[in-house]
Design a protein around this ligand. Structure first.
Ligand code: DUC
Ligand code: ZN
Ligand code: ZN
Ligand code: ZN
Length: 483
């Protein structure tokens, strides 16, 4: 089956040029002028880009006493509808559960995916079994490991556990990820706020101020440096965390930061809305911040100190959010955005002049494909790459509404926002899944994308210091452990 995309302008992370794209059996087989044949798609006036990759989703995830409402079917349908052709979801092992057991559970859920997907493995507890399973995880193509520094008493790992895990990830050639918030302080602040009668959703923001994120981000960076592992900081929401990442990168450390489209475009005033439901629907962690923090995140994307825009898509219905009526700490944390990430970033990033089109492609697709070692199979418009493409129409516009969305929830945090940059077509491995707003996805079409470890990359971390530092003296009978 041949498909040809004609008359468009190809936009990659590096280049903008006019050419047609030919696809056979799900892969790009030719790029050049005057291509013809098979099913022809007209891209006149449009940009042909690598489909979006959302590096951070939680589909059908057990969390805070419930399950996130979008599963792999509705979640990936929403993704494709908005031009995203791949998601990286988090496997969340239960306490005491083996990593590969949990991976099996995720494989069972993801069989329904409409587009390709990969996984990060969360380290939710620590022990010999986890240490052993990490190697099997890497062999199975799951080479990135997430650590929660918050959610005390549930998902949180302590510093000693994180240090052990980071060293293991480094030895295995993987990437460490952190949810960076100081969980001890969040627990303290939450208890204090509740004791003082602050039970509404606006207290959520006060329980997780920028300092708890900045502190944890700094700590994770230092621990990663000692462990010799590259570090990817998810949902960077504030200047305090961004500043730590900037400083680390300047010092030669391999550290990346990931702002969310929600933090870039929505602010803390949402929590003071008179309607409880409105505010609770926007409760996520880290919380929305002030406009100053937003400016910092945009500056980071522009300058390259922040690398990827994600959603942390973790959608809960209004009914689920109401578990927290009378106690903000029981509101399931999470917001949606999978379907809206590209048009929102196009409208608020490219149209405002903050990002070039090439930078848009880099932060929505190519950078994460490189970081997670799946480039150029993903994140590229090149002969031999998967034909995961979005044909983006810069003039097509819509007003975002819950009624018009694919997601299974009953509201949208971007409700009423007008956006441009909609897919004329979205292709997942050559299959046309979206045509001018009409979604014709195929349940089960998505495939797992395994990734290779990359041990050599880890050596880059702070080695310039190691090369000049005095080495510990090895004395007979005295073991030198060092880090
Ligand atoms: N934050 C959220 O808001 N939801 C899921 C997990 C997380 O870290
Ligand atoms: Zn998180
Ligand atoms: Zn998350
Ligand atoms: Zn198929």
């Amino acid at each position: 089956m041949t498909t040809t995309i004609r008359n468009g302008t190809i936009v990659t992370a590096d280049l903008t040029y006019q050419a047609d794209v030919q696809i056979e059996n799900g892969v790009i087989t030719a790029i050049g002028p005057g291509l013809k044949g098979g099913r022809e798609l007209d891209a006149t006036g449009c940009y042909i880009m690598p489909g979006g990759i959302d590096p951070h989703t939680h589909l059908e995830m057990p969390f805070m006493g419930t399950y996130s409402a979008d599963d792999f079917e509705s979640g990936t349908r929403a993704a494709l509808s908005g031009g995203t052709t791949m998601v990286v979801d988090f496997i969340l092992p239960g306490q005491g559960q083996g990593l590969m057991d949990a991976a099996k559970a995720w494989h069972n859920k993801s069989g329904r995916a409409n587009c390709d997907y990969s996984y990060h493995m969360a380290i939710t507890w620590w022990g010999q079994k986890v240490w052993e399973d990490m190697e099997d995880s890497v062999k199975a193509g799951i080479t990135s490991f997430k650590h929660f520094m918050a959610y005390k008493g549930a998902l949180m790992v302590n510093d000693d556990e994180m240090f052990s895990s980071f060293r293991r990830v480094g030895d295995l050639g993987g990437v460490a990820l952190v949810h960076a918030e100081n969980g001890d302080l969040v627990a303290e602040l939450t208890a204090k706020l509740l004791a003082e009668g602050n039970t509404g959703p606006e207290a959520h923001g006060y329980s997780r101020p920028p300092q708890v994120e900045g502190e944890a981000t700094n700590r994770a960076i230092m621990i990663a440096d000692m462990a010799g592992v590259p570090l990817y900081v998810v949902h960077t929401s504030c200047e305090e965390a961004h500043e730590a990442i900037r400083r680390a990168r300047q010092a030669g450390k391999r550290v990346w930061g990931e702002p969310l489209i929600q933090h870039l475009t929505l602010d803390e005033s949402e929590y003071f809305h008179p309607d409880w439901d409105h505010a609770a629907r926007r409760v996520m962690s880290p919380p929305f911040r002030s406009k100053d923090h937003q400016a910092s995140l945009w500056a980071g994307l522009q300058s390259g100190s922040l690398s990827c825009v994600a959603t942390d898509h973790c959608a809960f219905t209004t009914e689920q959010k109401r578990f927290g009526l009378g106690n903000f700490s029981k509101i399931p944390n999470g917001t949606g955005g999978l379907e809206d990430r590209l048009p929102m970033l196009w409208t608020h990033g490219v149209e405002t002049g903050r990002l070039t089109m090439n930078e848009f492609v880099a932060v929505t697709s190519t950078n994460i494909a490189k970081i997670l070692n799946m480039y150029p199979k993903k994140g590229a418009v090149l002969v031999g790459a998967d034909a995961d493409l979005v044909v983006l129409d810069p003039k097509a516009s819509k007003v975002i509404t819950a009624a018009g969305q694919q997601s299974a929830i009953d509201y949208n945090v971007f409700e009423g926002k007008e956006v441009r940059g909609l897919p004329r077509y979205t292709l997942t491995r050559g299959q046309v899944a979206v045509t001018e707003g009409k979604v014709t996805t195929e349940e089960g079409h998505g495939r797992f994308v395994g990734r290779e470890a990359r041990p050599a990359v880890n050596r880059a971390l702070s080695t310039w210091k190691e090369l000049t530092a005095p080495r510990p003296v090895q004395r007979t009978g005295v073991p030198v452990t060092g880090v």
